[in-house]
Ligand binder design. Structure first.
Ligand SMILES: Nc1ncnc2c1ncn2[C@@H]1O[C@H](COP(=O)(O)OP(=O)(O)OP(=O)(O)O)[C@@H](O)[C@H]1O
Ligand SMILES: [Mg+2]
Length: 149
């Protein structure tokens, strides 16, 4: 365990009647890191993400966010701890920018006014992007391609 991780999942297990959706999943995510979770249909990707967002309660395991340990999340706890899930297409608000979708429900405000500039100034960068001087802003629109289940 370490302070440098923003998210740690330890030995997450999720059982549904008749199916074990997640079996001993452990992963660690550092600040600024982008981690891809890849697997075939039914591998458990959505279930794992839902455990992080509080939509699904794991059967066992630990979720550690910025060093705080949880046996399960609730949507409110997830939100309070900076976990936001961006679903593909149907669940996004097309009229809003990528940044506005990211901050949906918890916009950055200046007084009572939503501070669009502040939200769009948050940069999506990896360590590699940073070293290459890539500071792409989040003011683009989200793509309507793909789908999630
Ligand atoms: N609410 C549920 N009740 C029962 N079984 C479920 C439920 N949700 C998911 N499962 C089962 O858990 C397993 C993992 O499903 P999950 O949807 O997490 O996979 P996935 O990797 O997201 O798949 P896909 O690529 O198709 O989106 C599958 O066997 C699925 O049938
Ligand atoms: Mg899925």
């Amino acid at each position: 365990m370490s302070e440098e991780y923003v998210l740690q999942l330890q030995h997450i297990r999720k059982e549904y009647p008749g199916v074990v959706a997640l079996k001993d999943v452990t992963l660690e995510l550092k600040a600024g890191e982008i981690l891809a979770l890849i697997g075939e249909n039914g591998a458990g990707k959505s279930t794992l993400i839902k455990c992080c967002s509080g939509a699904v309660i794991p059967t066992s395991g630990k979720i550690i966010v910025n060093g705080r340990e949880f046996s399960s999340m609730t949507p409110q706890l997830a939100s309070e701890n900076g976990i936001a899930i961006i679903y593909q297409e149907f669940n996004n608000v097309k009229e809003l920018s990528a940044a506005e979708n990211l901050f949906l429900g918890r916009p950055i405000r200046k007084g009572i006014v939503v501070d669009k500039k502040a939200m769009e100034g948050i940069r999506a960068v990896t360590y590699q992007d940073r070293s290459q001087g890539n500071d792409e802003r989040l003011d683009g629109r989200l793509s309507a391609d793909g789908g999630d289940r």
